[in-house]
Each structure stands twice: as C-alpha cells, then as structure tokens.
Write a protein that binds this ligand. Structure first.
Ligand SMILES: [Zn+2]
Length: 197
C-alpha cells in the first residue's frame, strides 16, 4: 500500500513537472496597452481560462462553446494545428455574419487561421513560433479568432484590394462596439476578439 501511495505521488509530481506553463506566472504577465481591451473583453463571457482539453470539453458539454463550421458563406476554416474549432456562441455567430458581409461585398472568402487555444496548445505553438505570447491571450477564453490576410480564396499572396474590403467589414463591427481587432504583421492575420455586447 505504502508503495502504491509513493508511486502515485511520484507519478503525480512527474506529471506536474511536465506541465509546460505555470498558471500563476502566466497570469502575471502584463498585456500591452493595445492588447488589454481584447483580454478584458474575452474575460467577459464567464469562461475561465482554458488550461487544457478537459476545460474545453467542460464548456462544450455545458453548451457554452459551439463548434465553428469548416466553411460557411464568406469563410473557410484552415486545418487547425494549435487551436480548436470552438467559440462562445456570440463569437461564432459574429464570425458567420462578418464572413457573409465580406462575401456580399467581394464575392470572395477569407480563411480563419486560428481559433481557441488552451494554455497547453500555446506551449506547443511556442515551440514552433517563438513570437507566440508568453502570457494569456483572448484565444484562451474562446472569444477570439484570427483571419489571414494572405490567403483570400485560398490563394497564398498579398491582395490589397481584399485586405481593404476585410478591414471595412472589421471597422463596421468595431464601430458598432461588437469587436476589437489588431493587424498582426508577424502572423499575417487580423486578430479579432468579440465583445460581449
Ligand atoms: Zn490571434
């Protein structure tokens, strides 16, 4: 019995030490002034920070997260490597609305390149992309997604005309108080956080 308890403890501490982040440290990282509104907005949906798959499953089971369709009028979802196709309801609905508006304006579609990330996903991402944030992000709360601006209609190139059309749609929703967005040049995407309007 003693042996069992001991091996359990050993296993547990091994598992713990395997964790690639320390929640306390992660939560202490101060967001930049530009990023702060995104973070605060994403924390307004009553979702706790998503640490791992289990936390995501909990919100799916509660009906809080909805699956993002692979495609809808005006957008396509890229094959996700470091994120999961779930969003809080309001964010999913707004993504579809934005995409439909973009399709009406341009007859084109945009590509969603990242959706919801757990802290564990973020660790894996950091291994391939050292620019990935060390602290928390609005992706960690199921209220943000990224839209690539170099993959319109699945064509990998800069397309200033469609980029401008996308910004017009983003500004439309931003001015209504429904989203915040940032152009992230390193990732060639627009980072969009939906507000709990
Ligand atoms: Zn992003």
């Amino acid at each position: 019995m003693k042996f069992l308890v001991l091996s359990f403890l050993l296993c547990f501490s091994f598992f713990k030490s395997q964790k690639c982040y320390d929640l306390k440290t992660v939560l202490k990282v101060e967001p930049t002034a530009l990023y702060r509104p995104h973070l605060l907005a994403s924390q307004n949906f009553g979702v706790d920070i998503l640490e791992n798959e289990k936390t995501v499953d909990k919100y799916i089971a509660r009906g809080k997260f909805q699956k993002v369709k692979k495609k809808s009028r005006g957008y396509r979802l890229q094959t996700l490597q470091h994120s999961r196709p779930y969003l809080v309801k309001k964010a999913r609905t707004l993504l579809e609305k934005m995409a439909a508006k973009f399709a009406t304006d341009t007859k084109s579609f945009f590509v969603v390149s990242s959706v919801t990330r757990t802290l564990e996903d973020q660790c894996r991402l950091r291994k391939v992309n050292s620019n990935a944030s060390l602290g928390i992000s609005s992706h960690n709360y199921g209220a943000a997604f990224d839209i690539s601006y170099v993959r319109f209609d699945h064509v990998l190139k800069v397309n200033t005309k469609l980029e401008k059309a996308l910004e017009k749609v983003l500004d439309y929703y931003k001015n209504q108080g429904k989203i915040f967005y940032i152009k992230e040049k390193q990732q060639s995407c627009y980072h969009v956080t939906v507000r709990n309007f």
